[in-house]
Ligand binder design. Structure first.
Ligand code: IVH
Length: 672
C-alpha cells in the first residue's frame, strides 16, 4: 500500500473507531460487536507499524497504551484547581442558600450534581484535540498524565460539533465498582495485597508508569466544569450540555444525575433522593455538589482563597474517613499492656471529630505497613474508639518514615516484654509505672468493682500526683486535710469521697476479688472463685490442681491467681485492706445459715415466664442453694426450668442435647 492510500485508510479507520468508542463508552449504546471493533483496531495498529510517520497523537490506538512515563512533568494550571467548601448538614445548606440570596437578591437557579469520589483532572483541548491532562496536584501545579488519560475510553481524544477553539474541561476520573472488584480478585489470586478502595486505586492507577497497565484497569470519567474565553452558553448546565454534544461524558438529566432547581427544597430533595440510592450507582460518590447555574451570578459571588462562593459540597455520612497519620503514641494500661495509638489530622466521622485511633499492636502496624505522614482510612466500627483500617500507599510522601515500635515503656522506661502467643507488649514494672498504678486504682473504684462514689478517674490521678495514694489500700487512710489542699477539692467533695470509701467496706467478697485486679479474673470468674474458696486465704493457698478443678477455671486463670499471690506487694496491700475492714470472705446472710446447698454442682438454665416466681427470684434461689445459672443450654446443663413461652429454638436445642426440662412446680418440690 502506498503512503497516501495508507493515510486515507488510517484517517477513515480512526474516525470510525472514535465514533464506535463514543457509542460504547459514553452513550453505552454499542453500534458494532467487540470482535468487529477489534478487527478494525488491529488493522489500524498494523498500518501504523508500517507507516510510523503517519501516527497521530490522538489515534484510537493510544487507548491500548504503550507509552511509558518515567517521570511525570509538572505543569502549572492556567486556572488554579480549587476545591469546594464542605457541608455536612441541612442547616449548612440552608445557610449557603441564604448567603447567596442575600447577595443576589433575585431568583437564583442551582444545579445539583453527584460528587464523584475519584481524582480531579483538568483536560485541555485545542482545535478539538486533547492536548494535555493534568492532575490537581497542590491546586497550583499538577502532574502531566496525558499518556495515561488517553487510555480512558470515555474521554474523547477528538471532539465533534461546534466546540470552541481552545478550552479546558475538568472532571473526575474514577474506577467503577465492577472494575475495582475485578482488580482485587486478580490480586487475590496472585497473592498480592488488595487495594483499599476505588478512589485510591484510581489515583494510583493514574500515576502508573506503563499506560498499557492503565488501559487494562478500566478507569472512567465524568466531566463537571468548563473553563474558557469562548464558551457559547451563559450557564453551567448549558455548557455541560454542549460538552455532551462534543463527545464528553456528562451526567444525564434523565437519570437524575444532574438537576436544576430554584429552591432550597429542591436541593434538599435531590440530596434525600441520592442519600437513599447512592449505593445503587455503579461507582462511588461521597456527596452532592450544588452550583449556581448562571455564570454572571457566579462572577458576582466570586471566590475565597480556597473555593468558589457559588458552589458547595454536601458530604454524605460515611463510616470511613481519610486523614493523615501525624504520629504514634503509646498508652500503658493497668495490666501493663502497651497499646499504640495513632494521632491523626482531625477529621469528621459520623458527627464527631476524630483525632486519635487505635492501632492495636505491633503486628497490626506491620500488617498495615504504616508510615508517619501516610494517608490513612479510619473507621468507627462497633467500638467507641475508631481504628485505622488501611493506608493509601500510592500517596505516600517520599519522606515518610516507617514506624519503629518502641522497645521501652514510654512511662517508666523499663524494657518491654512480649510473651509467647500474645499480641501485646507488656511493661512488667507493675508497681513503679504510673499508668499501671493509677489504672489499678481506677479499676478498684469502678462501678462493677468497689463502686466508690464521688471518686472519679481524674481525681485518682490528681491524688496520685500529689502523693496521697500509691495503691488501693491508701484509699482507706486518705487525709481529709491533704485532700482539701488540692485544687477543685471542697468540703462536699471530700466528704463524698470519704463516705464512698467507707461504704465500700460493705462490698461483698466476690466483688472485692474482682476489684483487686488479678489478671484474667473478671466479675464472673471472681464470683466462681469466691463461691468455691469462700475466703482470700483459701484462694491464696489453693494449689494449681485445686483451682483447675473448679468449673470454668482454666490453666490460664489458675496460673494468674497463683502469680498474683506470689507478689509480696499484693500480699502487703491485701493485709492493709483487711486491716481497713474490706470483705475478704463470703458472708453468709442470715437466711443462708443452715441452708443445705442441695444444688451444688448443678448447672441450671431458666427460661420462659413463671407463675409464682420472677425469673430473677428463681436465679437467686438457685445461687443460694449452691447451683449455677447458665445463660445457654449446653451438654453441661443439668436441667432447664421451663416456664411458659420458652422459645422454640431453645426447646429444640434441649431436645437435641437430651437435657431434661422441669416445670416451676417440679422445681419447688425439688428444693422444698
Ligand atoms: S466542581 C471550582 N463538581 O470534589 C469547582 N467537583 O472538593 C470545581 N468533585 O476538586 C469542582 N464531583 O475533585 C465539582 N460534580 C462535581 C464534583 C467535584 C467531585 C471533586 C473535585 C473537587 C472536589 C471538591
Amino acid at each position: 500500500m502506498d503512503k497516501s492510500t495508507a493515510q486515507l485508510k488510517i484517517q477513515k479507520l480512526s474516525k470510525e473507531l472514535h465514533e464506535h468508542n463514543y457509542s460504547y463508552y459514553v452513550l453505552s449504546q454499542p453500534t458494532i460487536t467487540d470482535y468487529q471493533f477489534d478487527v478494525m483496531l488491529q488493522e489500524l495498529i498494523k498500518l501504523e507499524e508500517q507507516f510510523p510517520e503517519l501516527i497521530d497523537e490522538n489515534s484510537p490506538t493510544k487507548r491500548v497504551g504503550g507509552a511509558i512515563t518515567k517521570e511525570f512533568d509538572t505543569v502549572i494550571h492556567n486556572h488554579r484547581m480549587l476545591s469546594l467548601s464542605n457541608s455536612y448538614s441541612r442547616q449548612d445548606l440552608i445557610d449557603f442558600e441564604k448567603r447567596i440570596q442575600k447577595l443576589i437578591e433575585e431568583e437564583v437557579e442551582y444545579v445539583c450534581e453527584l460528587k464523584y469520589d475519584g481524582v480531579a483532572i483538568g483536560l485541555r483541548y485545542l482545535d478539538g484535540k486533547l492536548v494535555q491532562a493534568v492532575t490537581r496536584g497542590d491546586g497550583t501545579r499538577g502532574d502531566d498524565v496525558t499518556n495515561n488519560v488517553k487510555t480512558i475510553r470515555s474521554i474523547p481524544l477528538e471532539l465533534k460539533g461546534d466546540y470552541p477553539k481552545e478550552f479546558e474541561i475538568r472532571g473526575e476520573i474514577f474506577l467503577p465498582l465492577k472494575a475495582f472488584e475485578k482488580l482485587n480478585k486478580e490480586k487475590e489470586s496472585a497473592g498480592e495485597t488488595l487495594m483499599a478502595n476505588p478512589r485510591n486505586t484510581a489515583s494510583g492507577t493514574l500515576k502508573m508508569q506503563s499506560s498499557k497497565v492503565v488501559a487494562k484497569r478500566g478507569l472512567d470519567c465524568y466531566l463537571y466544569y468548563l473553563l474558557g474565553e469562548n464558551l457559547s452558553e451563559k450557564t453551567h448546565l448549558g455548557n455541560l450540555k454542549k460538552a455532551a454534544e462534543w463527545g464528553f461524558k456528562v451526567p444525564l438529566e434523565s437519570e437524575r444525575m444532574i438537576e436544576k432547581t430554584n429552591s432550597i427544597r429542591g436541593i434538599l430533595d435531590f440530596i434525600a433522593f441520592w442519600n437513599e440510592r447512592r449505593r445503587e450507582l455503579p461507582f462511588e460518590v461521597d456527596g452532592i455538589v450544588i452550583k449556581v447555574n448562571s455564570y454572571q451570578k457566579q462572577e458576582l459571588l466570586g471566590f475565597t482563597s480556597k473555593s468558589p462562593r457559588w458552589a458547595i459540597a454536601y458530604k454524605f455520612e460515611t463510616e470511613q474517613a481519610v486523614t493523615v497519620l501525624n504520629s504514634v503514641s503509646y498508652q500503658v494500661g493497668r495490666t501493663g499492656a502497651v497499646t499504640p495509638v495513632a494521632n491523626l489530622e482531625p477529621v469528621s466521622l459520623l458527627g464527631t471529630v476524630v483525632k486519635r485511633a487505635s492501632l492495636h499492636n505491633k503486628d497490626q502496624i506491620e500488617k498495615l505497613d504504616l508510615h508517619i505522614g501516610d494517608e490513612v482510612f479510619v473507621e468507627k466500627g462497633g467500638e467507641i474508639i475508631p481504628k485505622v483500617v488501611g493506608v493509601n500507599v500510592a500517596s505516600r510522601p517520599s519522606y515518610a518514615k516507617p514506624i519503629g515500635y518502641i522497645t521501652h515503656c514510654p512511662e517508666c522506661a523499663s524494657a518491654l516484654v512480649r510473651k509467647e502467643g500474645e499480641a501485646n507488649h507488656y511493661c512488667l514494672n507493675e508497681n513503679g509505672c504510673s499508668p499501671q498504678i493509677t489504672g489499678k486504682i481506677q479499676h478498684y473504684i469502678s462501678r462493677k468493682a468497689m463502686d466508690i462514689d464521688g471518686l472519679g478517674g481524674e481525681t485518682v490521678e490528681q491524688f496520685y500526683k500529689a502523693g496521697l495514694i500509691k495503691d488501693i489500700a491508701d484509699l482507706y487512710s486518705l487525709d481529709p486535710l491533704k485532700m482539701l489542699s488540692l485544687e477543685r477539692m471542697a468540703d462536699k467533695s471530700v466528704n463524698n469521697i470519704l463516705k464512698g470509701v467507707k461504704d465500700s467496706l460493705k462490698i461483698p467478697f466476690e466483688q472485692v476479688l474482682f476489684a483487686i485486679g488479678i489478671r484474667f479474673v473478671g466479675s464472673t470468674v471472681a464470683k466462681t472463685l469466691a463461691r468455691n474458696f469462700k475466703n482470700i486465704d483459701n484462694l491464696k493457698t489453693a494449689t494449681l490442681e485445686e483451682l483447675i478443678e473448679v468449673d470454668e477455671i482454666g490453666v490460664k486463670i489458675a496460673e494468674s491467681v497463683q502469680e498474683f499471690f506470689k507478689d509480696d506487694k499484693n500480699i502487703e496491700v491485701i493485709s492493709r485492706l483487711k486491716a481497713a475492714g474490706v470483705q475478704f470472705a463470703v458472708k453468709e446472710s442470715d437466711e443462708d445459715i443452715g441452708v443445705e446447698k442441695i444444688l451444688t454442682g448443678k448447672s441450671i438454665v431458666v427460661s420462659g415466664v413463671f407463675q409464682k416466681f420472677t425469673r430473677e427470684e428463681l436465679k437467686k434461689t438457685i445461687e443460694r442453694l449452691g447451683g449455677k445459672n447458665a445463660g445457654s443450654i449446653s451438654k453441661k446443663t443439668s436441667f432447664i426450668i421451663a416456664g411458659e413461652k420458652m422459645g422454640p429454638s431453645k426447646l429444640q436445642k434441649a431436645e437435641k442435647m437430651g437435657v431434661k426440662l422441669i416445670s416451676e412446680e417440679e422445681f419447688i418440690q425439688m428444693i422444698s
